[in-house]
Design a protein around this ligand. Structure first.
Ligand code: ADP
Ligand code: ZN
Length: 216
């Protein structure tokens, strides 16, 4: 059983790696971004609130985000181990997670950080396309689908996330630097942090991280 936090800037490859690890290690994948996008699709109150922040690249308020993670992490299936992808993103979220994971006896085993330089992050995000049906990620230059605009896996249409535009991305990167990056020190001081170079590419990265997870 492994409880993992994935950290890294937008575009560092958290989502791709999380999906690979979920399959290999049979873990529950908890992506706060995906949860918000599902709420938006379903037209719920949570979705309306989240989209007003997400569209601009801003963070959804802590109390809302902490609330949905609390509910999700407390569910039974998380006992087999989980990957937190995109949470925590602020110190308040990290502290709330600390408290919660102690309370429910699901402590974090490792924090995996994906390093990536800004130029590459911008290149990845601006060319990113996502399957509307299954969420599989593509890139218009480096991860093209076999048929233009169509998902290889499920045949769904590909689209560009509304927050993958230049303006929102700038705000997202600023939030990463100011709000999220300081968490690396927080977890390093707990001896939980392991950093990987995301520039090696998705497959080599997955192999390196898998090797680490087999050891813990
Ligand atoms: P990325 O890592 O590419 O920015 P995500 O799908 O993780 O994409 O997040 C998309 C958006 O969802 C964020 O820009 C933010 O508005 C919102 N969001 C996701 N996770 C959190 C979080 N932990 N706290 C606050 N807002 C969040
Ligand atoms: Zn698909």
């Amino acid at each position: 059983m492994k409880n993992i936090i994935l950290m890294g800037a937008p575009g560092a490859g958290k989502g791709t790696l999380a999906k690979q690890l979920k399959e290999r290690f049979k873990l529950v994948h908890i992506s706060t971004g995906d949860m918000f996008r599902e709420a938006i699709k379903a037209g719920t109150e949570l979705g309306k609130l989240a989209s007003s922040y997400m569209a601009k690249g801003d963070l959804v308020p802590d109390e809302v985000t902490i609330g949905i993670v609390k509910d999700r992490l407390s569910q039974d299936d998380c006992a087999k181990g989980f990957i937190l992808d995109g949470f925590p993103r602020t110190l308040a979220q990290a502290e709330a997670l600390d408290k919660l994971s102690n309370e429910i006896n699901r402590s974090i085993d490792v924090v995996i950080n994906l390093d990536c330089d800004n130029k590459e992050l911008i290149r990845r995000i601006s060319g990113r396309r996502v399957c509307k049906v299954c969420g599989a990620p593509y890139h218009i230059e480096t991860m093209k689908p076999k048929v233009d605009g169509i998902c290889d896996l499920c045949g769904g249409p590909l689209f560009q996330r509304p927050d993958d535009n230049e303006e929102a991305l700038k705000v997202r990167l600023e939030h990463y630097t100011h709000d999220t990056k300081p968490l690396l020190d927080f977890y390093d001081s707990k001896n939980l942090l392991v950093s990987f170079d995301s520039l090696v590419g998705a497959e080599p990265l997955f192999d390196e991280v898998s090797l680490l997870l087999h050891k813990i």
